[in-house]
Design a protein around this ligand. Sequence first.
Ligand code: AMP
Ligand code: DBH
Length: 542
Amino acid sequence: MAEQTLGLAGTTAWPAEFAERYRKAGYWVGQTFGEALREWAQRSGEATAVVCGERRWSYRELDQRVDRLAAGLQQLGIQPKQRVVVQLPNCAEWFVVCFALFRVGAIPLMALPAHRLAEIGYFCQHSEAVAYVIADKVGSFDYRNLAAEVKAVAPTLEHVLVVGESGQFTALADVDAAPSQFPVLDPAEVALFQLSGGSTGVPKLIARTHDDYLYSVRASAEICELDASSVYLCVLPMAHNFPMSSPGTLGTLAAGGTVVLAPQPSPDVAFPLIAREGVTITGMVPPLALLWLDAAAKRKAELASLKQILVGGAPFGADTARRVQPELGCQLQQVYGMAEGLVNYTRLNDPAELICHTQGRPISPLDEVRIVDDEDNDVPLGELGHLITRGPYTIRGYYQAAEHNQRAFTSDGFYRTGDLARLNAAGYVSVEGRAKDQINRGGEKVAAEEIEQHLLNHPAIHDVALVGLPDRFLGERTCAVIVSNGVNINRREVVQFLRSRGLAEYKLPDLVEIVASLPKTGVGKINKRLLREQLSAGSVPA
Ligand code: AMP
Ligand code: DBH
């Protein structure tokens, strides 16, 4: 079958017969995000779209701000299909920036506030970004210093736009013009870049189209039963696929509800916001759910308006899952999703058994989920195997990654999630493990190879393996197991070294072990399974 590509070079489209099937089913409706916001503004006008601190914007106001910024971006010279790296903390401006980019046809890349030079530099280079949007400062971290470093390594970067004090760069507030003519865009084209947690040396970029992403957003809102009375509290970093689309802030806007942005996810910040705004729904990773459960013991009254809470991104134990309804006083929806596409939810009226013991079933009747053995043969129903998937909102290939795509996708277009799971007769998925070389640190994914490659550049390090070890709170924490060159090295030095290479804080190893040698497999690869066993048993040769 000839490979289809989207208009943007380096992207893989769905084969024509699949695209037709998804359109016929009414899933791809041929609308862009820019048009969707216009429709939402016409429908919900004066209703509150976004609450950020003391600011409250109606749908109409949001739409108007987007128009002005979009016109300003056009005056700056931003063109359709150009890439723009967006790295903002949870703030209302994030919506204005992203939708303005959608409206002019430029493509936002959803960076996280935790990313540093190693990640942002790579995103700008690999996507050939022309602009980078930041906040001035968050806490003690000054993103303008980071931007100066990024500019030095990213030759395509022409603009740095700053929310707040612009310093040497351009203030976002000054990018403003009277709304003008916006280009007519193809909804089948790329709308945005999401990021993969990955398992290889460099993070992968995920190109999502207007058609496919909007479908996942609208269908998620429906499954989570959102409507105009829904109030969604965004506690996770808002650029992440989960709080953005499952059903997240975009699902809430699609349903005419209100998005409340939390600057931090801790109970001390989030609980008063829930009480003040009458929050009905939120989404979080398992470690945060544990924190909330503990805090709720004394503060349940503040959560009175909460109807449901989505928990996903990492394994959520059934015992903890059972505590949600009685202790938080709201329904749990487990969600197993990925920025590459496929998202599963337990449904609100599912029996407790399914809600506590499974990660739900796919969004779409046209999602194809298979559980296969090492040779890609389907395993009998109920058996454990590799979960592979394709469907109306699951990508067919990473951006500009032809070689990696050969391994990450089957020849007939199924994405290899790297997750070990089983299916029940009703199509519910239970995720029970992982075959990919990635550590899931409470929902934050760390690609072992990425960290190992950085560490191999340290003169004192001869060989290294990054492995995950069980952690009561995070689920897993990272341990760098190092064979040294005979020179002493400790965790402080390892962490300092990785920081100096511009790595995000969550990727820094929690533990460092120095060993005499690493166990190898027959073909000479590091045997991580054995290594993990040795570490837990305390029997690694020191
Ligand atoms: P990413 O591909 O970086 O978006 O991360 C998606 C991955 O997160 C999945 O492939 C799983 O490994 C993991 N994940 C997401 N949700 C869950 C969940 N509810 N339970 C277990 N693992 C999950
Ligand atoms: O972990 C994830 O990436 C994730 C989890 C839940 C996700 O992308 C999603 C829901 O959409």
